[in-house]
Ligand binder design. Sequence first.
Ligand SMILES: O=P(O)(O)OC[C@H]1O[C@H](OP(=O)(O)OP(=O)(O)O)[C@H](O)[C@@H]1O
Ligand SMILES: O=C(O)c1cc(=O)[nH]c(=O)[nH]1
Length: 213
Amino acid sequence: MLNNEDITKRIAELLLEAQAIKLSPDKPFQWSSGWLSPIYCDNRVALSYPDTRTFIKKTLAELIKREYPDVQAVVGVATGGIAQGALVADLLELPFAYVRPEPKKHGMGNQIEGRLEKGQPVIIIEDLISTGGSSLKVVDVLREAGIEVAGMVAIFTYGFEIAANNFKEKNVKLSTISNYNALIETALEHNYVTESQVESLSAWRVAPDSWGK
Ligand SMILES: O=P(O)(O)OC[C@H]1O[C@H](OP(=O)(O)OP(=O)(O)O)[C@H](O)[C@@H]1O
Ligand SMILES: O=C(O)c1cc(=O)[nH]c(=O)[nH]1
């Protein structure tokens, strides 16, 4: 049985092996928050590797069973949390639903897709937390619909203070199975990055909201 630190580093290693982590300081990535960043973590590619997605699925399911034994449904954040969320819900034999960033403009006009009951405690699954903006919007939508949000689990967090503050403000407990520090430590150990690349990332981490602008 791996301990928590081993798990965060094992998942970081799997993401690195899948080439999910990209560095591009000269041509920054734009994040969903609008921030510019020299790094991008594309957890979606993990789905293309059965062993990796299974390890992630089992780790998330174990975490949910341990910390949220009473949840009655799993809810994915669209789109990154849909596939992994459905895999976890299947393993836990729980209902699954997902929440769109906005209501669908045709058809049923739904923002919550799937069936959830009022008052039902649910766990939200997100693939990645930067500012927490996308997933906390889902919390608002669920609460407005009368659903009880027991907490949120995510594969990866950058560990920014702004995200911690945003989760605190909404009174949502977040648990993650990997993070930026574990990623950098693992990337250095396995020579995916150099000390000088990590040093230039430190400058970005001091002020990620204004970096590159
Ligand atoms: O914590 P935040 O600042 O909200 O950023 C993280 C969000 O950004 C990504 O989604 P994206 O908007 O790229 O859409 P996708 O999930 O549909 O790919 C990711 O999947 C998270 O949902
Ligand atoms: O903040 C984001 O939009 C974001 C960052 C990142 O590293 N990966 C991702 O999928 N989204």
